[in-house]
Ligand binder design. Structure first.
Ligand SMILES: C[S@@+](CC[C@H](N)C(=O)[O-])C[C@H]1O[C@@H](n2cnc3c(N)ncnc32)[C@H](O)[C@@H]1O
Length: 334
């Protein structure tokens, strides 16, 4: 069997530059094979159908399939009057379906969902990095394992990560700017049948979804504006509630596209991770980006490494490297 291509590359200022250079050199060489658009899944319809299933169901570790019908607003996207001109979240962006397909069905995704050791040549002495399981283990009683929570930042109106991943975790919090939350709630309600492996309770959605299984997830939709929130624990109470030891994954997809947002976004990521640590929880972040402007990606990585002193890894495997997407794994330094 060929050795898996999956690896983490721990980035410092210098290797971040080399990594970005290599990714963009590949993009240039393969420009004729890769889509050159901005990354909006559909620019012409107000409803987008998204289906997820393993490429080869016989070989894949995960069998569940998901189908979503998402309502998006092209007129809001193109409006200069609403939400202070911050309108990108009114449509679905293609990094999100790529990320979900990768996380659920690829061998590398499995290491993140179920936990494990991932090759990382820079790590000493073990030359591998241990990734805690993002999903809870359905074969172990809930009280005998840490609570699994996902907090999504800048989720946009679609809510598909929340519903698909809510099948596997105890708590999922979808967050974005206030103006987007009504459409987001509508989409969550419309697609709730795809949350079928667990019952769902919520204090913010206005409905629950009972199932014939003792497994439950708590799903909430909250306003979290990176430019307005001071991420001190006292201000984060809605996100810090796990009542037993938790493994928290902060997920953010296609939120690195504007240099002014980089610092506020990273301040929230770092603030959340510090607050979780103070409370005795383990937290990590997974950030998916579309490789558009090279300088923005470079600045993002440098800012995370140098200014916010985060441990930043590029996640690389054959699936990721063949695309215009980048996935990064982040932790607090010990
Ligand atoms: C390109 S969209 C991506 C949306 C969604 N994650 C997706 O992939 O379809 C960027 C997201 O970041 C959110 N965002 C931008 N500025 C923000 C801020 N200051 N606070 C919170 N979210 C913000 C937008 O509202 C939008 O949902």
């Amino acid at each position: 069997m060929p050795e898996s291509s999956a690896r983490l590359v721990l980035l410092d200022e210098e290797t971040a530059y080399e990594h970005v250079f290599e990714r963009y050199t590949y993009l240039q060489k393969n420009a004729n094979k890769l889509k050159q658009d901005l990354g909006i899944v559909s620019r012409s319809t107000s409803s987008v159908d998204l289906d997820f299933e393993p490429k080869d169901a016989k070989k894949c570790h995960r069998k569940e399939r998901f189908s979503f019908e998402v309502s998006q607003s092209l007129s809001s996207l193109n409006s200069s009057k609403i939400n202070d001109n911050s309108t990108t979240g009114y449509v679905v962006w293609s990094t999100t379906p790529f990320f979900l397909q990768w996380l659920l069905y690829s061998d590398t995704g499995l290491l993140f969902t179920n936990g494990g050791d991932l090759r990382c040549d820079e790590e000493t002495p073990a030359k591998c990095c241990n990734v805690p399981a993002m999903f809870s283990d359905p074969s172990i009683e809930a009280d005998n394992q840490p609570l699994r929570q996902i907090v999504e930042l800048g989720c946009g109106v679609a809510g598909i990560l929340g519903i698909a991943l809510g099948n596997y975790v105890d708590k999922y919090v979808l967050t974005d700017q206030k103006a987007l939350l009504d459409r987001l709630k509508h989409n969550v309600a419309h697609n709730i049948d795809e949350l079928r492996l667990r019952g769902m309770d919520s204090t913010t959605l206005g409905f629950a979804s009972p199932r014939k299984t003792p497994l439950k997830t708590q799903m909430d939709v909250l306003c979290l504006d990176w430019e307005k929130l001071d991420p001190r624990p006292a201000n984060l109470h809605n996100l810090l509630k796990p009542d037993r030891r938790a493994i928290v994954t902060i997920i953010s997809v296609d939120v690195v596209y504007n240099e002014y947002l980089i610092e506020p976004f990273l301040r929230i990521v770092q603030g959340l991770m510090r607050a979780y640590k103070e409370l005795g929880h383990v937290s990590t972040a997974l950030v998916g980006v579309q490789l558009r402007d090279q300088d923005i990606i470079q600045t993002f990585l440098e800012c995370a490494i140098v200014d916010f002193k985060l441990r930043v890894y590029a996640i690389l495997d054959a699936d990721i490297e063949a695309t215009r997407f980048g996935l990064y794994y982040m932790k607090l330094k010990e």
